[in-house]
Design a protein around this ligand. Structure first.
Ligand SMILES: *Cc1c(COP(=O)(O)O)cnc(C)c1O
Length: 359
């Protein structure tokens, strides 16, 4: 069967080499080894070191593994907030982070932007009580991004709050300064081009201290996956429960492959491919761009409104072996989403644009 090229925003195209890495994992029998062995510890350590180098994560941060990014929303709210958090909401993922806080009976506040729009940080007043500010680097449902400088500006304006960044559908693209971010997270089936089933939680000592303070006050921060317990295991490169060893191994291999390619090159190519897509949709009269402000357009998830029914475009591409994403929920009928993750090459994007012309 001829293979499709996936431009879907998650699960997404598989990063080049993953099939080979998976085969090597089975040859090395890593799916049978004990998660309390030196072999596993060195897999965890390698993955940690490669991610640390790839994302320029300084000392004082742990990288912890969960089942998903959705789980990390819950971990952050339980471990880093006693009472109150502030959420910037402009789509369904940022909204679910906010709802997670509500479900845990935190006093959650939100600042909302209309769908398709981003935020101007200097216009946002953070409630004096909010202990944590929840930001979404890339709102996948709407294709709206928050520039890294804008994320950093929150630390400058509010030095004593915990700054949490959802970078699920953009990592490793955003060049975050981790001196200005306390915790960030992603799951692997998006920009890292891996099979789903692993959440990656980057978290600093301030967050750990906060979790300790909450426990000292008698608050429940979780059970096996409470931050204090995860961090204690991380110090010996282990996890509290039997982790997704294959996922952790593959993530380490992909992070290493990305380092070898060069993160600057990956970021530059992401921008080139995004420009090709935006230029095409802007010029073709069957499409218009959903995100009007160029500053807030996502480099990794490109959203276009369609004049013909979106279904026709999606099916036209599918018959040419190319799979793009539908618009999110209410936008399904007249919108398409194209993921521009590192796994899709410049040639893939050229092929997509040629195929779109024929739809
Ligand atoms: C996909 C996504 C999530 C949830 O990721 P899971 O791996 O499904 O838990 C969270 N935030 C954003 C921005 C996403 O795109």
């Amino acid at each position: 069967m001829k293979r499709k090229i996936f431009f879907t925003p998650g699960p997404a195209a598989i990063y080049p080499g993953v099939e080979q890495f998976m085969q090597e994992a089975f040859e090395q029998q890593i799916t049978s080894i004990s998660h309390r062995s030196n072999t596993f510890r060195s897999i965890y350590q390698d993955t940690f070191e490669h991610l640390k180098a790839l994302l320029s994560i300084p000392e004082g941060f742990a990288i912890l593994f969960t089942g998903s990014a959705t789980e990390i929303w819950e971990r952050i709210m339980m471990n880093c907030v006693a009472e109150s958090s502030l959420h910037l909401v402009n789509g369904s993922f940022s909204k679910r982070f906010y709802q997670t806080a509500q479900l845990l009976h935190k006093s959650a506040h939100k600042v909302e932007a209309p769908l398709g729009e981003g935020f101007e940080p200097n216009k946002i007043q953070v409630d004096y009580k909010a202990e944590l500010i929840a930001l979404t680097h890339n709102e996948t449902s709407m294709g709206v991004a928050m520039p890294s400088e804008d994320i950093h500006s929150f630390r400058e304006a509010y030095p004593n709050r915990i700054i949490a960044v959802d970078m699920v559908s953009s990592a490793p693209y955003p060049n975050l300064d981790f001196q200005k971010v306390d915790t960030a997270f992603f799951s692997v089936q998006k920009g890292f081009g891996l099979p789903a089933g692993l959440g990656v939680w980057i978290v600093n000592e301030q967050c750990l201290a906060k979790a300790e303070a909450l426990e000292n006050k008698g608050l429940v921060t979780g059970t096996y996956h409470r931050l204090t317990n995860m961090w204690a295991y991380f110090e010996k490169f282990e996890c509290p429960c039997t982790p997704n060893v294959l996922g952790i191994y593959l993530l380490g291999r992909v992070a290493k492959a990305m380092l070898e390619k060069g993160i600057q090159k990956i970021r530059k190519e992401t921008e080139e491919k995004a420009k090709m897509l935006y230029d095409f949709f802007e010029a073709d009269e069957r499409f218009n761009l959903f995100v009007k402000n160029a500053k807030h357009r996502s480099a990794t998830v490109v959203v276009a409104n369609t004049v013909p029914p979106a279904k026709e475009i999606i099916e036209g591409l599918s018959s040419q072996g190319l799979q793009i994403g539908t618009g999110y929920r209410a936008f399904k009928a007249q919108q398409i989403r194209v993921a521009n993750f590192p796994a899709v090459s410049l040639e893939d994007v050229e092929q997509l644009i040629q195929a779109l012309k024929k739809c």
